[in-house]
Design a binder for this molecule. Structure first.
Ligand SMILES: C[S@@+](CC[C@H](N)C(=O)[O-])C[C@H]1O[C@@H](n2cnc3c(N)ncnc32)[C@H](O)[C@@H]1O
Length: 274
């Protein structure tokens, strides 16, 4: 199956998910519209000050995370390939009175869609698994950064992606490839991660894992300097059925006896040399 068909299936899924996520309590759109930013304290801390900086959010969905950076003082641009997502993001910006820009584009075509460089490029959780080629993505990130600009990524850990997430017997079993492969993993799941009651017509998606070394090396080869790489024992949703609530707000982790076995998320901060 050609890449375009994988993308079309994924885009249909994301298009359909926009109204569902707008109504889902986990996204808490009302909170954003009341002026409350949605980022987790750790992400704000790791990102560092955004006040007055131009910020590009790649794969911005319907703009909640993008607009949250605006509520923290950034001058934001969001980019996504889903028309309903971008239309909704523009509408939300208007309702919040935020002067934000939202651009409709496939990630790999972004340099043709947006002729600007930014102080900060940001990518939030659940983004990289939709991309077939991590080296191409890293070049897009680097192209959009001004010299001296900052890159911040918070993402699901590729080890988590390789585990059998259906098991309830508390065994960590590697079932799927850890390394990037040309052939995607085909999922057929009508359930939505943000609304357990919702059932999506576009149930089939195609996703790719990218090993940590592949991602870090891709960023370095694209010209970025890695400042740090953090691997986290917690995650922002119940990614395995046997995760338990963690002390942080809306965070989950493995039970005590297993908590040090595998990381669940990772984050990277890097910059483009001045
Ligand atoms: C889970 S969201 C990430 C944003 C944020 N963490 C959230 O949950 O709202 C993933 C986004 O990636 C977008 N996306 C997936 N593949 C893409 C591609 N090839 N080019 C541009 N956007 C893409 C989807 O439309 C979706 O809005």
């Amino acid at each position: 199956m050609p890449l375009d068909e994988f993308r079309a299936a994924n885009r249909a899924r994301w298009d359909e998910s926009v109204p569902i996520h707008m109504a889902a309590p986990t996204y808490d759109l009302d909170g954003l519209l009341a002026g409350r930013q949605k980022h987790f304290p750790r992400d704000i801390d790791e990102m560092g000050d955004v006040d007055g900086r131009t910020l590009l959010h790649l794969q911005c969905h319907f703009g909640m995370d993008t607009l949250s950076w605006a509520l923290l003082g950034a001058q934001v641009t969001g980019l996504d390939f889903s028309t309903p997502a971008i239309d909704t993001a523009r509408d939300l910006a208007q309702r919040l009175g935020i002067d934000a820009r939202f651009v409709l584009s496939e990630l790999y075509d972004a340099p043709a869609a947006l002729d600007q460089q930014f102080d900060i490029v940001y990518t939030g959780i659940g983004a990289l698994n939709w991309l077939p080629n991590i080296r191409g993505w890293a070049h897009v990130v680097a192209d959009f950064l001004k010299p001296g600009g900052r890159f911040y990524l918070i993402e699901m850990h590729p080890v988590l992606w390789s585990l059998d997430a259906q098991r309830t017997d508390q065994e960590l079993v590697v079932r799927f490839p850890y390394f990037e492969r040309a052939e995607p993993r085909r999922w057929d799941d009508a359930k939505d991660y943000a609304d357990p009651q919702a059932r999506l017509r576009n149930s089939v998606t195609y996703e790719w894992n990218h090993g940590l070394g592949e991602t870090v090396t891709a960023l370095i080869d694209a010209g970025l300097v890695i400042e740090w790489l953090h691997e986290h024992r917690t995650i922002y949703w119940q990614a395995l059925p046997w995760l338990v609530p963690a002390p942080g707000p809306d965070e989950w982790r493995l039970p005590d006896e297993a908590v040090d076995r595998v990381p669940l998320m990772y984050s990277i901060r890097a910059h483009k040399p001045a």
